[in-house]
Write a protein that binds this ligand. Structure first.
Ligand SMILES: [Zn+2]
Length: 319
């Protein structure tokens, strides 16, 4: 379905070998290295030292962009880890990470690769962050054609096509978490966090569509600011402003052809707000739209899809 090959300046990328219809599960991968809630940098390194030689090599082949600031942070973490193990060895306590003497240089390398490749899996997940070596090859776009969601029951990170993908087209994911951020902010995050300047169709200002999208984002931010001020002064009712803000976000994402969980969540939120005004027909329409998007980006076997289905079914009872 896909192949890994060079993607120009971006290095390697993943490309569709054939047409991939929207909703297709393209990847389903178990984590190679992960940290659970409450674990920290030391646990990343400990975990890496327990990998098989083959898995460790797969891990070390991933990219390790390091910014100066992060590099200092990582060195201090590595230094602490080494110090902790020195103390453990002096006082003869047996504990975690006793496989081999820690190597600070390798530790920094492991942390850099982890930070640069790990996906945040969300609060509800078993893992806080995890690395998936095949999925890590998928490059970023601010207007992606695929999305990853962790499936806790399967213990796998699934990548679904959020729109139809043509043969030869590069598969892309959005690495950023904020919704509706402007170009400048996105570039700053991507350069600082991942070490590249984004040239996706939303960032390339030579394109008319990119300039239009940027204008829509700026306009939406201004309008949201007006609403927030209106709410603060009491001129705008909290709930109606909320529904209007949700609608604006939906229009913005749809205008950019961005689908996935962020869009379905907005539709499900709109459904809830409409329901609270007893607008059941509109609520059901929103919830069904959210469910259809969830089917594409999560699949019907995903627990979150089941939650959305319940929301739709409970609204149907009001019809
Ligand atoms: Zn971009």
């Amino acid at each position: 379905m896909y192949e890994i090959k060079t993607a120009g300046l971006k290095g390697l990328g993943v490309f569709a070998k054939a047409f991939i219809p929207r909703g297709t599960r393209i990847f389903s991968e178990s984590p190679l290295l992960a940290i659970r809630a409450g674990q920290n940098a030391g646990d990343i390194y400990s975990g890496s030292r327990l990998l098989s030689v083959e898995d460790k090599n797969r891990f070390l082949r991933l990219s390790s962009h390091v910014t100066k600031e992060l590099s200092i942070l990582r060195w201090s973490q590595a230094a602490w880890y080494t110090l902790k193990h020195t103390l453990i060895s002096i006082f003869g306590r047996k504990g975690e990470g006793e496989v081999a003497w820690p190597n600070p240089k390798e530790h920094v390398m492991v942390l850099s690769i982890f930070r640069n490749n790990a996906f945040n899996l969300g609060k509800s997940s078993e893992y806080q962050q995890a690395v998936f070596p095949r999925i890590s090859r998928i490059n970023h776009s601010c207007v992606p054609n695929a999305q990853g969601n962790f499936h806790d029951v399967l213990g796998k990170f699934n990548i679904h096509a959020t729109r139809d993908i043509e043969r030869g087209e590069e598969l892309t994911l959005n690495y950023l978490q904020e919704l509706g951020a402007g170009r400048e902010k996105r570039q700053e995050r991507l350069l600082g966090g991942y070490g590249f300047a984004c040239e996706c169709p939303a960032c390339d200002l030579k394109l008319e569509t990119a300039r239009d999208g940027e204008r829509r984002r700026v306009k939406m931010h201004e309008e949201l600011a007006t609403y927030v001020e209106g709410m603060a002064s009491g001129a705008v009712q909290n709930s109606e402003a909320e529904l209007e803000a949700v609608r604006r976000f939906i229009r913005l994402l749809e205008g950019e052809k961005i689908a996935g969980r962020e869009l379905s969540t907005l539709y499900l939120e709109a459904a809830k707000l409409n329901q609270s005004y007893a607008k059941y027909e509109e609520a059901l329409r929103c919830a069904e739209r959210g469910l259809a998007i969830d089917e594409d980006c999560l699949g019907t076997d995903h627990p979150l899809y089941q939650d959305s289905l319940k929301a739709v079914n409970s609204l149907k009872k009001h019809q």
